[in-house]
Design a protein around this ligand. Structure first.
Ligand code: FE
Length: 279
């Protein structure tokens, strides 16, 4: 590891509302930061107040990209147009490849208590946008937890060097070759992760604060990282962040709500297909 990545931009997440009125904090997919190729959207939800989440995300379509839900606290029931249904509980991950089209809902499976987690949208290359939809539903026990000195890592995607050798996350076969880690640092903790050169990478801090090459990243802030072959997160007083990386696609993005294609004509086709019941 010779070229450490540093912070090239800090973005404070914005309070937003989605679904039928779920309150969340959005950091990618805003007027401030419309995308971070291949990432199209990042939402962090985290609340004790049922009024902030009870309305959920009723039935809605997606085409042309992947939605990744990482539940930290609480339970959500998902249902979709392929007939699949299940409950996402604490620590579970759903990597949904919408491909040519899916209609789904995500509704809280609780009336009180804490609900927290992330939703990330990952773009698909043009060649995969119309693929068959597929799910990777990963139970909490299948997300490895690696405990190091003053660092605890949940490995959703990518590989971590554990004390007894490499530990691979359960998400596989994704076009953008992603890394997705949930990193908790104790006071004085530090963790270094290798990231392929050329991959887009960011860290989003959702508890405490972390430092990256001397730059302090506070809670509710996204740090855009430079190119390089590794990143080191440190925390003087303790902090928790997700570290996400993926291969940029470098393709045109045409975007309309839940449809993300390469051209406006493809968006019109998506709207037409959805309205005529062809999802
Ligand atoms: Fe959705």
């Amino acid at each position: 590891m010779t070229e450490p990545r540093y912070v090239t931009g800090l973005v404070q997440s914005e309070v937003a509302s989605d679904g039928a009125g779920v309150k969340l904090r959005r950091s990618i997919g805003t007027g401030h930061l419309s995308e971070l190729d291949p990432f199209l959207l990042l939402d962090n939800f985290g609340t004790e107040n049922p009024d902030d989440y009870i309305a959920g995300f009723p039935s809605h379509p997606h085409r042309g990209f992947e939605t990744v839900t990482y539940m930290i606290d609480g339970q959500m029931r998902h249902k979709d147009s392929t007939g699949a249904e299940g409950v996402l509980g604490p620590g579970s991950v759903q990597w949904m490849t919408a491909g040519r089209g899916i209609v789904h809902s995500e509704m809280p499976e609780q009336k009180e208590g804490r609900m927290s987690g992330f939703q990330l949208w990952v773009n698909l290359p043009a060649s995969d946008k119309m693929c068959d939809p597929r799910y990777q539903n990963i139970d909490p026990e299948d997300v490895p937890i690696v405990t190091l000195d003053k660092a605890v890592l949940h490995v959703l995607a990518g590989e971590v060097e554990g004390l007894d050798g490499p530990v691979a996350g359960p998400v596989t076969g994704v076009a953008t070759d992603p890394i997705y880690l949930d990193i908790t640092l104790s006071p004085g903790g530090s963790y270094t992760h290798a990231i392929p050169e050329g991959h887009t990478a960011f860290a989003y801090v959702f508890d405490g604060a972390v430092e990256i090459e001397g730059e302090r990243v506070e809670k509710d802030h996204l740090a855009i990282l430079s190119d390089g072959d590794s990143v080191t997160l440190q925390s003087a007083k303790g902090g928790r962040a997700i570290l996400v990386a993926g291969r940029p696609l470098g393709e045109p993005v045409a975007r309309y709500g839940p449809f993300v294609m390469n051209t406006y004509a493809e968006i019109q086709q998506a709207v037409h297909d959805f309205q005529s019941g062809n999802f």
